[in-house]
Design a protein around this ligand. Structure first.
Ligand SMILES: Cc1ncc(C[n+]2csc(CCOP(=O)(O)OP(=O)(O)O)c2C)c(N)n1
Ligand SMILES: [Mg+2]
Length: 661
């Protein structure tokens, strides 16, 4: 049924490939039994598709990265990951790769140069781009292989990743396993193309179709492609024709798959056909077959014993909470004495430039940031100073660029991604929430990335260029969220954000960019996260805000009608981590508090602070805690409407009300 050609292979190599194919098959057969016995939870079968995982992995160098999906057990076995650790992983035990924190095939291991998937499928392809970009930047001639099913190619991630890989000539092999179904959906309902390979032309990309059930064809053709990419870096799209012989996962069955299809493809089984070819060629004898099987079954059983003997995982609340962020040893650099009076926008630009000078491994990516200098001109002149490899204009594709930043991080790079407007982070929301935020907790992999977020209203820019969306991220464990209100803070906090190996969302208010000046030290310095600034001191009331809200408070206190008010004014500066100590200390002193936020009310920072203050300071309060926020509408465009939307005027009324309470 399959046309094997042993040209170029020694008998030893042919036998080695047979054993590599046999191993995942035998492991799976065992896992299916354990699944029925309730000893493992979920199983995604790759039976019938093993030649692809095994073939692609076999042609990679040991230190070349591979990014598998949920049907690629053969990647792990071919990379020689110890079986007891695989079994522990599936049992949620400590000897696995995620400390019991993630399941099934959602795991990777840098030791074996495997990056695990997240459930969302498509992001793998963007991450592969980042790894490939790191390889390109360090000129190591390595190729990266990434997998997807044909279903995953319907995701935007696929299109964005192929486009960027093509534009940047990234050395990636996009390996698409076309196995007929995505869960219950046949390919015909997934796409109009007969062949996934036909999609390559849309991205100006070379593409091939390979018989995915023919181990020798997979090996020979992939080896040739990989060697060529190592010499001449570029992406290649490879479609492997194959079939999914079992259900999407074991519980869901194959009722919806026509029996004839299953029967036809059963005749093309990659292992059976290869074995019979080797037998015909007198390379494999029945004695050898039995011996190999026994050897592997023994290895499986011995390793299962180890995994079953391992105790169930246990952890403490402290241990779990401390696993969210990579430990960051704050590197205090004091400011120099020489200062210059500059705007917020200049402070951010200076700070970013000095971090680029300090960290050779720092790359900046964003739309229009190179020749054009960014829409706010923060990276003006950077291209000339740091070159086009480190100052990277990107196509319009937030998602895949954030995924690429993550790939860079895995290879030891730091990345600052400039979102053109913080509103556009919605187009990259998935990788922020699911890839970056959860990475360290899932597999101790840092995501050394700063997302710069020009945000905020008061600039007449309407619903899509005015949002202040920090609360979308403070809600998600694993992210740090910084929101300076002054040039001095912005410069020092940005330096810390870049130094910190954890993912940081760095909010920069557009209305403050060119309106707020301050004396700022000329050299590099840092400011620690999680420390609020007490801008005014007084016993009457505590006024808490961040970003533009801080300036509304300060300006209100300058008005004649409030000239006698003695207030503690707290600028949070950092929302995650949060300086709760400074908040409680002040509220316990004043007994009155207003929290002012530019964001709309429900689910915002003010609501949580209010709840926390109630829990910690209830008996100290002399008045109800007051939250002031924008109206629960999108941000309107017209001046009068935007003024009405923003909470500035309502804050003044609230201040009177709470002082008089
Ligand atoms: C964003 C997203 N949508 C839906 C799913 C649910 N899901 C998981 S795998 C899968 C089918 C994937 O099909 P394909 O890419 O062809 O891979 P195959 O399972 O056939 O190997 C679906 C729908 C998901 N994990 N992520
Ligand atoms: Mg599929």
């Amino acid at each position: 049924m399959i046309d094997f050609s042993k040209k170029g292979f020694t008998d030893e190599k042919l036998i080695e490939l047979y054993k590599l194919l046999l191993k995942p098959r035998l492991i799976e057969e065992k896992m299916l039994i354990l699944l029925r016995q309730g000893k493992i939870s979920k199983w995604f079968s790759g039976i019938g598709q093993e030649a692809i995982s095994v073939g692609v992995t076999s042609i990679l160098a040991t230190d070349e990265y591979i990014l598998p999906m949920h049907r690629n057990l053969g990647v792990f076995t071919t990379k020689k990951v110890p079986l007891n650790r695989l079994f522990s992983q599936w049992q949620g035990k400590a000897n696995g790769f995620t400390n019991g924190r993630d399941r099934s095939f959602h795991f990777g291991t840098n030791e074996y140069h495997i990056i695990g998937m997240i459930s969302h499928l498509g992001p793998q392809m963007g991450v592969a781009n980042g790894v490939a970009l790191a390889n390109l930047l360090s000129k190591n001639n390595q190729v990266t292989a990434v997998f997807s099913g044909e279903g995953g190619t319907s995701e935007g991630d696929f299109h964005e990743a192929l486009n960027v890989a093509s534009v940047w000539s990234l050395p990636v092999m996009f390996c698409i396993e076309h196995n007929g179904y995505g869960l219950s959906t046949p390919s015909s309902q997934q796409m109009k193309n007969q062949n996934v390979a036909d999609k390559g032309i849309g991205y100006g990309m070379e593409s091939y179709t390979i018989d995915g059930n023919n181990i020798l064809e997979v090996y020979t053709k992939m080896d040739k492609i990989a060697q060529s990419i190592r010499k001449k870096p570029r992406p290649v799209l490879i479609e492997f024709k194959t079939f999914r012989m079992r259900g999407h996962e074991e519980a869901s069955g194959t009722k919806y798959v026509p029996k004839e299809l299953l029967d036809t493809w059963a005749l093309k089984d990659p292992l059976e056909n290869y074995a019979s070819f080797l037998r015909d060629e007198k390379i494999l004898t029945e004695v050898m077959e039995v011996e190999f099987k026994q050897e592997i079954i023994r290895e499986i059983n011995e390793n299962l014993d180890i995994a079953f003997a391992e105790s169930e995982i246990n952890s403490t609340i402290e241990n779990e909470l401390s696993a969210i962020y990579k430990t960051f040893n704050y590197n205090e650099v004091n400011p120099n004495i020489v200062k210059e009076k500059i705007r917020l926008v200049d402070a951010i630009s200076n700070g970013l430039r000095q971090s680029m000078e300090k960290h050779d491994n720092l790359v900046i990516m964003g739309q229009d940031i190179a020749e054009y200098g960014g829409v706010f001109k923060i990276t003006d002149g950077f291209l000339e100073q740091f070159g086009k490899e480190r100052i990277r204009n990107t196509p319009i594709c937030e998602s895949t660029i954030i995924e690429a930043a993550y790939g860079l991080s895995i290879k030891g790079y730091k990345t600052v991604v400039e979102l053109q407007f913080s509103d556009f982070v919605t187009s990259g929301f998935n990788p922020v929430i699911n890839l970056l935020a959860k990475s360290y907790y899932r597999w101790n992999q840092q995501a050394d990335i700063v997302l710069r977020m020009p945000c905020g209203a008061g600039v007449g820019a309407g619903p899509f260029h005015s949002q202040t969306n920090e609360a979308w991220f403070t809600k998600t464990p694993g992210l740090k969220v910084i929101y300076p209100a002054f040039p001095y803070d912005a410069k020092g906090l940005l330096a810390t954000a870049i130094d910190d190996p954890n993912p940081v969302l760095f909010f920069e208010h557009k209305a403050l960019y060119r309106s707020i000046y301050q004396e700022v030290p000329t050299d590099y310095y840092t400011i620690p996260f999680g420390k609020a600034a007490l801008l005014h001191e007084g016993n009457d009331i505590t006024l808490i805000s961040y970003g533009q809200g801080v300036h509304w408070i300060l300006n209100t206190l300058k008005l004649a009608e409030f000239s006698s008010v003695k207030a503690d004014v707290i600028d949070l500066r950092s929302l995650q981590p949060l300086d709760t100590e400074a908040i409680y200390k002040s509220v316990k002193k004043t007994g009155r508090v207003i929290i002012l936020q530019e964001d709309t009310m429900f689910g915002g920072i003010a609501s949580d602070l209010s709840a926390m203050i109630t829990e910690e300071c209830f008996s100290y309060l002399d008045a109800p805690i007051k939250r002031i926020a924008s109206l629960e509408t999108p941000v309107p465009f017209a001046v009068a409407l935007e003024k009405n939307f923003l909470p500035n005027e309502r804050f003044k009324l609230a201040l009177k009300e709470i002082l008089e309470y």
